[in-house]
Structures are given as structure tokens and as C-alpha cells.
Design a protein around this ligand. Structure first.
Ligand code: ADP
Ligand code: MG
Length: 514
């Protein structure tokens, strides 16, 4: 009796386990060299020839187009890490890969998968306790936030800009959107614009959209703007003239043109009389309407994207209006200033100050697309970690120090665990060591020697990480060098890596439909 289609493929037992583990390990291995401040970048070329240059774990894994289902689970580790805390994606993937590698060894030593899973879960609990012990006692103030932001950007392609100056902008942005209920991270956007040195990167107190004025004669700046957002077409609908008039004389043609004229004039008058001096509309605007409005000093942007309209509405407090006859003052949004500025081929609209300043935009400049793209990712991560650290108020030492502390505590506790599970708990500690080991390897140091030195320093001094400071790489207390990560980034990495590795290790039967 066949219960499966003859085309489906089935792998069982150890074969299934080892092929899954191998695939998961391979994926994790692929991002290992990017970890840390001296991590290298990867250039990814898709089938269409599109090039992405990045150091960001989640981006690499996403671009790699991974098909193997177990390997895909490592990609999900990076994704969930990105989603939950915004950073530590490489760390999480690399730990997951090493948990799998250790599991493979244990399976070869006849340790049952269930025992491995139990041991890993127990070790993960101990790891979380170790992380709690590493939390810095000092309050998370602006200086600490800057260190967190800077640590997350060190080694990223910041286009010659120092991570330090960017970190200041990032902290300013996060503080700006801090509320009693936490950090409104969604109110910070990153807008990239090619064509200037990355030094020109700045914080705009409001929002920036890719839109240009409908008419050259319009002002390029309006102060104390009353902003109307319309979803209305300000044009005569094509075909209307022919449909309504059977034109067979010059008089009738003139009448038709007059009717059209007065319809368009009506639009312009309604808007001008409403008191709105800046208008965004998602639909078309006839040239004659635009030019009439220009004469009235109204700044109008037509054909804007619906999501831009939504952003402007929510930032300025404007209500979108679908029928011009309904337009009233109560629908207007406010901003201190709306201006249009030209950047090479692009025109941008800046909606700044006043109500609009509830949102802020990190306006990223850079010489080339690759530079601004990588800057955008680095700043995105930095905003995430600064927001995470500000909300939770908990940071831990970076540079491998927290991982050294985790491995140490897990090993100590393993000694008191009975049976083969002890092997699994110990193996977990070995897997965590991959972080300091890789940081060492990526700085050209011997990983084994570094691990030995780090453990010794941890034993005698307490906190010990492999700190990169300019050209120097030394074993030191990361807090003293401002290398700090949010505690939540470490927690999430331990949890998501453990979850994926145990899930993959438990599988002993793979049934794939063709
Ligand atoms: P991830 O995707 O895991 O965030 P990164 O390439 O961003 O990978 O590297 C993060 C690691 O680099 C963290 O362990 C962090 O503590 C460490 N790190 C950041 N700055 C420094 C530094 N100056 N010296 C040593 N390690 C650092
Ligand atoms: Mg990072």
C-alpha cells in the first residue's frame, strides 16, 4: 500500500539528521566572516545582475535565496532576530550553526536527540541568568546610548563617516520619539539620497518624501503651513466635453471651453479660499489649476504616493479629504515649514517642525547607491539597538565578553548535571564560544589562544572582551572602551538560536513532495 506519492522523497533517521545539520551549519558558516568590527563585507549578485554589498547578516541570508528547509530555519533565526531587536543577526545565526555542529558530535557519541534538546534548553536558561548578571549597573543615559549605537555600527561601511558622529544623530532621533509608553521607533524613518558626502547626513525634524511641486511658479518654501491632503482629481475628466455637448458650432465649442475653464477655476478657487497653503494630492492636477494656485502662492504636490500621503497625514495631523466640497479648516495639518528642494534628478519635499516634528527623519547622504544602502542598514540597526536599550534600560558588555561569561557559567552549572545531559549542556557552552572565537579570527588573531586569554582575564578581572579600538585589538573590559550591546539582543540570540537548533536536531524524517 502506498501512502505517499511515488514522486516524494524520503530521508530517515541519522541520514535525515545529518543532512539537515550540515545544511544549517553551512548557512551559518557563510556569514561567519562578517561578524564584528573587523568583519568583511559580502558582495551578492542576483540573477538580474543587481549587486548588494553588505556586512549585515540578515541581508546576506535573505539575498542568498536559500532553499534547503533546515537551512531556511537558520535564515528564520536571523529574520526573527532582526524583527525582535534589530541587531545581532550574525551572532544568532553563527550560534545556531555551532549548536548544530555540537549536536552532530553528540549524536555520533550516541547521545539521543531528546537528551540534546533537553540539555540545550537547560543551558539556555543558565545563559539567560548569565546575561542578567552582566547587565551594567549604571543608568542608560545618552552616553551609553551613543556607545550602543556606535558599537552596532563599528565595522559597517559608513562611507568614511565616523560611527561616532552617526551615533549622535541616532541617539537624538530616538530621544526625540521617546514617550511615556516607550520609544515610538516607527516615528523614525531613514531617507536616503545619493549625491553628497555622507558628512551631509542630518536629522530632519519631520518627514521627507520624494515628491515635486506641480508647477514651477509655486513657492519652494511655505512657513507656518496649513496642509491639505486630497484624494481628488483636479482636472476635467477626459471625454466629458464630447459627451456633454454635441459640438457643431463655434459658439458651442466656446461654451464647452468656458465650462471647462470655470470647472478648473472652481477647483483653484475652492482650494485658495479654504486657506490651505500647502496641498498634497494623490491624484492628477491640470496645469491650469496648478498655475492658478501658483499665482495664489499655494505650494501643491500632485500624484503623490498613497503611503506618502498617509505618512504626511499622520505626522501633521491632517485628515485626508476625498471630495473637494468637504474641505474645511479642521482637515488641515500643520507644520512650521514645508519646502521643496532639488537634489540632482530628484525633488524632495520636507515637511518640518510643528506637529510634523512628532516624526523625525534621518536624512542619509552618500556618494553612491551602495554607500547609502549600507548606511541605511547600519543606521537602521543602530536606531533599533538604541531604542531597545532605552526601553529596557539594560546593556551588557560586547566584544565577546558576555559570551565568555555565558560559557563560563554554563560550564560551571553543567558539572552538577547528571548523566548524558551534562554533555549537551557542556556542548552548548562550546557553541557559545564561537562568538569570541570568531571575533578573534576576524581580527587575525589565533582563536584558541584568544579564548584561553579571554577566559583567564574573565577569571581574574571579571569582564573581558576582545576590544577593537582604532587599529588596536586588546583584551580589556568592553565597558571601559564603550563597547556595549543591549541585553535583549543577547537574550534573543540565545533563545532563537536554541529554538532553531533543537528543532532541526529533533527531526529524523524528511518527506519532500516533488
Ligand atoms: P551582528 O549581526 O551579530 O550584530 P556584527 O557584525 O554587528 O554582527 O558584530 C557584532 C559584534 O561585534 C558584537 O558582539 C559586538 O559586541 C561586537 N563589537 C562591536 N564593536 C566592537 C569593538 N569595538 N570591539 C570588539 N567587538 C565589537
Ligand atoms: Mg550588528
Amino acid at each position: 500500500m502506498f501512502i505517499m506519492s511515488e514522486d516524494s522523497q524520503r530521508t530517515q533517521g541519522r541520514d535525515a539528521q545529518s543532512s539537515n545539520i550540515m545544511a544549517g551549519k553551512a548557512v551559518a558558516e557563510s556569514v561567519r566572516t562578517t561578524l564584528g568590527p573587523r568583519g568583511m563585507d559580502k558582495m551578492l549578485v542576483d540573477s538580474g545582475g543587481e549587486v548588494v554589498i553588505t556586512n549585515d547578516g540578515a541581508t546576506i541570508l535573505e539575498e542568498m535565496d536559500i532553499e534547503h528547509p533546515a537551512a531556511q530555519m537558520i535564515v528564520e533565526v536571523a529574520d526573527s532576530q532582526e524583527e525582535e531587536v534589530g541587531d545581532g543577526t550574525t551572532t544568532a545565526a553563527v550560534i545556531a550553526g555551532n549548536l548544530l555542529g555540537e549536536a552532530e558530535d553528540l549524536i555520533e557519541q550516541d547521545v539521543h536527540a531528546t537528551t540534546i534538546v533537553e540539555g540545550y534548553h537547560e543551558a539556555a536558561e543558565i545563559a539567560l541568568e548569565a546575561i542578567a548578571e552582566q547587565v551594567q549597573e549604571a543608568e542608560v543615559d545618552d552616553d551609553v546610548l551613543k556607545q550602543v549605537a556606535e558599537s552596532s555600527m563599528t565595522g559597517k561601511g559608513t562611507g568614511g563617516l565616523t560611527a561616532e558622529s552617526l551615533a549622535e544623530t541616532v541617539v537624538e532621533a530616538v530621544r526625540h520619539v521617546e514617550t511615556d509608553d516607550g520609544v515610538a521607533r516607527d516615528n523614525v524613518t531613514v531617507h536616503t539620497q545619493i549625491g553628497a558626502s555622507s558628512n551631509a547626513t542630518e536629522l530632519v525634524p519631520g518627514i521627507v518624501v520624494d515628491e515635486d511641486p506641480a508647477h514651477d511658479g509655486m513657492p519652494d518654501e511655505v512657513e507656518d503651513a496649513s496642509i491639505a491632503i486630497l484624494d481628488v482629481e483636479l482636472d476635467v475628466r477626459t471625454g466629458e466635453v464630447d459627451a456633454e455637448y454635441a459640438i457643431d458650432s463655434i459658439d458651442q465649442l466656446n461654451a464647452a471651453i468656458d465650462a471647462e475653464e470655470s470647472e478648473l477655476r472652481g477647483y483653484a478657487e475652492t482650494i485658495a479660499e479654504s486657506g490651505a497653503d500647502v496641498v498634497f494630492t494623490t491624484d492628477d492636477v491640470a496645469d491650469r489649476v496648478a498655475s492658478a494656485l501658483a499665482k495664489e502662492g499655494v505650494l501643491l504636490f500632485d500624484d503623490i504616493g498613497s503611503s506618502d500621503a498617509a505618512d504626511i497625514a499622520s505626522a501633521t495631523g491632517a485628515r485626508r479629504v476625498g471630495d473637494l466640497d468637504d474641505l474645511e479648516t479642521a482637515d488641515f495639518g500643520e507644520a512650521d515649514r514645508v519646502r521643496s528642494e532639488n537634489f540632482g534628478d530628484d525633488d524632495l519635499a520636507f515637511v518640518e517642525g510643528g506637529a510634523a516634528a512628532e516624526a523625525v527623519t534621518v536624512f542619509v547622504r552618500g556618494g553612491t547607491e551602495h554607500v547609502v544602502d549600507e548606511l541605511e542598514r547600519a543606521i537602521g540597526d543602530a536606531l533599533d539597538v538604541a531604542a531597545t536599550a532605552l526601553e529596557s534600560g539594560e546593556v551588557v558588555p560586547g566584544a565577546g565578553a558576555t559570551e565568555i561569561a555565558i560559557a563560563d557559567k554554563v560550564r560551571q552549572e553543567a558539572a552538577g548535571i547528571e548523566g548524558r545531559k551534562q554533555l549537551a549542556v557542556d556542548a552548548f557552552a562550546d557553541a557559545i564560544d564561537v562568538v569570541p572565537r570568531t571575533l578573534a579570527a576576524n581580527t587575525g588573531r589565533d582563536p584558541i589562544d584568544s579564548l584561553v586569554d579571554l577566559r583567564a582575564a574573565h577569571e581574574s578581572e571579571g569582564r573581558a572582551g576582545l576590544v577593537t579600538d582604532g587599529e588596536e585589538v586588546t583584551i580589556a573590559d568592553p565597558f571601559e572602551h564603550g563597547v556595549v550591546d543591549p541585553a535583549d539582543v543577547k537574550r534573543e540570540a540565545v533563545e532563537s538560536a536554541t529554538e532553531a537548533a533543537t528543532m532541526i536536531a529533533r527531526i529524523d524524517d524528511v518527506i519532500a513532495a516533488e
